[in-house]
Design a protein around this ligand. Structure first.
Ligand code: THU
Length: 141
């Protein structure tokens, strides 16, 4: 699989990052089933806790446009080539698990040439997913 385009879009997302408190800029690109790519960036708050991560920004943009089926996610950050690969926080893993299967590839990229691919199920093993609610879930669909 060639991840160039998705990584490129994640870097595009990172350009919009609003991170004046941490200085840690993050970008994400979520590939939907029809080929559409939704980008996201982290958006921080002076009250700190309302901060939203790049991954959830991308997911919220996609879901709010009616998209619920995803094929892959790429994540980049300003830690870039010097730091490690940026992996989603626990809250984002849970939220991604809501819509994306355990088999969905997550591309942790420093650049188009330097990246690692992990599956969502490896990031959140034995995760609690919507199927666990059984019938209750049907009420929200
Ligand atoms: N952050 C993300 O946007 N995604 C991640 O995968 C890790 C953390 C953001 C949240 C906060 O704005 C900054 O990075 C430092 O934690």
């Amino acid at each position: 699989m060639n991840w160039d385009r998705l990584i490129e879009k994640a870097f595009e997302g990172m350009e919009k990052s609003y991170a004046p408190y941490s200085g840690f800029r993050v970008g994400a690109a979520l590939l939907a089933k029809d080929g559409e790519i939704y980008t996201g960036c982290n958006i921080e708050s002076c009250a700190y806790s309302p901060t939203i991560c790049a991954e959830r920004t991308a997911l919220a943009k996609a879901v709010s446009e009616g998209e619920r089926v995803f094929k892959a996610l790429a994540i980049v950050s300003s830690a870039g080539v010097d730091g490690g690969y940026t992996s989603p926080c626990g809250v984002c893993r849970q939220m991604l698990f809501e819509f994306c299967g355990e088999e969905m590839p997550v591309v942790l990229a420093k650049s188009k040439q330097d990246y690692q691919v992990v599956l969502l199920g490896e990031l959140l093993p034995r995760g609690f997913g919507p199927d666990k609610l059984g019938k209750e879930r049907a009420k929200c669909e």
